[in-house]
Design a protein around this ligand. Structure first.
Ligand code: AP5
Length: 216
């Protein structure tokens, strides 16, 4: 199964992706994670996009698509057969690029899941998010804290940090960009019969149950 996962910042795309990967055996391709890995590794691309990401603006379609294509092709070469596109596409141009890429690789898209959530909940979730610098596990100081403060449950490292784009100004910028770009994508996937709208205002397990209902 190949699925696009859309939703505003803080909707829980990363949180649900972990569960979807476990249940359906898909490989998660998160453009946000790929870009953050480039920043961490101080690659030329990472250095170029670091301040753009921190401000909450979108990275250029060319950069992000190249990164996605390279990772997708490398994953296929290693035998991956089913993909979860997390955070890509974010605009019609990226949707066109994804269609071209998938058809050239003979990959068929099965569903586009859109998580919907109120702006107030987004601000609460992102204000309290902590991420492990080592393994990428995500926590929330109130809604899902680690067992020991500051220590990752998964890898045991004292490496929890707040993302530089999780400040109120960047969050509001990301929400505004999302609101501007999402409608054409919704129309596109809806007209193709692929769209599944999932309310993500409740706890992670309830949201996941709704996703499973849509995906079967
Ligand atoms: P990206 O990393 O994709 O960020 P985003 O879209 O802003 O989404 P987030 O990662 O902030 O939120 P999420 O929905 O994954 O929420 P999470 O599960 O962590 O992109 C970052 C940047 O990279 C972009 O701004 C842009 O600059 C660039 N970029 C990426 N893709 C691009 C593209 N295609 N084109 C151009 N630029 C691109 O959950 C958030 C918090 O809430 C966590 O603490 C979690 O524990 C908690 N939580 C989650 N679900 C629940 C729940 N149901 N109940 C209670 N708490 C919950």
């Amino acid at each position: 199964m190949n699925v696009v996962l859309m939703g505003p910042p803080g909707a829980g795309k990363g949180t649900q992706a972990v569960r979807m990967v476990e249940r359906y055996g898909m490989l998660q391709l998160s453009t946000g994670d790929l870009l953050r890995a480039a920043v961490k590794a101080r690659t030329p691309l990472g250095l170029e996009v670091e301040s753009i990401m921190a401000s909450g603006k979108l990275v250029s379609d060319g950069h992000v698509t190249r990164l996605l294509r390279e990772t997708l092709e490398a994953s296929l070469a290693k035998g991956a057969a089913s993909f979860l596109f997390d955070g890509y596409p974010r605009n019609p141009a990226q949707a066109d690029l994804l269609d071209d890429l998938l058809s050239s690789l003979k990959i068929h898209l099965d569903k586009a899941v859109r998580l919907t959530v109120s702006d107030g909940i987004v601000l609460l979730r992102l204000g309290g998010r902590r991420v492990c610098r080592e393994c990428g596990a995500t926590y929330h100081v109130r809604f899902g804290p680690p067992k020991r403060e500051g220590i990752c449950d998964k890898c045991g490292k004292a490496a929890l940090y707040q993302r530089p784009d999780d400040n109120e100004q960047s969050i509001r910028e990301r929400l505004a960009i999302y609101a501007k770009q999402i409608d054409p994508l919704v129309q596109r996937y809806s007209s193709q019969g692929l769209l599944a709208d999932v309310s993500a205002n409740d706890g992670p397990e309830e949201v996941f149950a709704r996703i499973v209902e849509c995906l079967g």
